[in-house]
Design a binder for this molecule. Structure first.
Ligand code: HEM
Length: 210
């Protein structure tokens, strides 16, 4: 997984992302894993509070299995975590926060996710989403965040083959420890990260899944 971003243009929406793919076929994870961001037009000079995310995660053997997640601070602990999984034709998400290496708690801050598109096939599930209030976090007074003007983010990811328990009830999912790879990486933001079209793209986010 390189620190340098790979430009990805979503064909359905035209949204341009900086992505940091973990290749399929590598030793780190089976099926590959990709996270990417599109940022508000001034994010490389003024710290942003939101982004549009691209998340593509691997399922094994059958459609609708597995879960994946990103840590917006890098480590699993003391960072805003976003967890996603497919069930039926829907991708569900839950914001979480962990103070130790165990099942993360529900995040109690004001992060908000709205979906732009979701795709589920036999091998992968893919979510394009707007994430508001996601780059600064506060869990009962424990604060942290990302400074997009630094031109660099530290991110983490993890993915798993078994599906969550209680999958249609995001506040009540149960997870086993991820079994298909995890990592922390430095994500360098290049000139494709922030785009004048951000507001128009963000307006495409209309679907709330709860
Ligand atoms: C790392 C446990 C859920 C993200 C780890 C490690 C453990 C662990 C033991 C360290 C492993 C090592 O260094 O070899 C668990 C358990 C979970 C869980 C028991 C649930 C029952 C999650 C979730 C996310 C996540 C939901 C993200 C949404 C990460 C990341 C790392 C990691 C990014 C690597 C960075 C680090 O070591 O802090 N996890 N985890 N985990 N986990 Fe989890």
């Amino acid at each position: 997984q390189a620190n340098t971003a790979v430009k990805y243009t979503d064909s359905a929406t035209g949204i341009i992302f900086d992505t940091w793919p973990v290749p399929n076929g590598g030793s780190q994870t089976q099926g590959g894993f990709t996270f990417g961001v599109a940022l508000p037009s001034d994010a490389l000079t003024t710290d942003a509070s939101e982004f549009i995310g691209y998340l593509q995660c691997a399922s094994k053997d059958s459609v609708n299995t597995g879960w994946c997640g990103v840590s917006l601070g890098g480590p699993m602990t003391n960072s805003l975590l976003l967890t996603a999984w497919p069930k039926g034709d829907t991708i569900y998400t839950s914001f979480r926060y962990a103070t130790g290496y165990a099942m993360p708690d529900l995040y109690t801050g004001n992060a908000k996710l709205t979906q732009i598109s979701s795709t589920i096939n036999a091998t992968h599930f893919t979510l394009v989403f707007r994430c508001q209030n996601c780059l600064q976090w506060n869990q009962n007074g424990q604060t942290g965040g990302v400074s997009t003007s630094a031109g660099f983010m530290v991110l983490g990811w993890a993915q798993a083959f078994p599906s969550p328990g209680n999958p249609t009830c995001p506040d009540q999912i149960t997870l086993d420890q991820h079994d298909n790879g995890m990592s922390i990486f430095g994500a360098v933001l290049d000139s494709n990260a922030a785009n004048p079209s951000y507001s128009a793209w963000a307006a495409k986010a209309t679907k709330m899944v709860t």
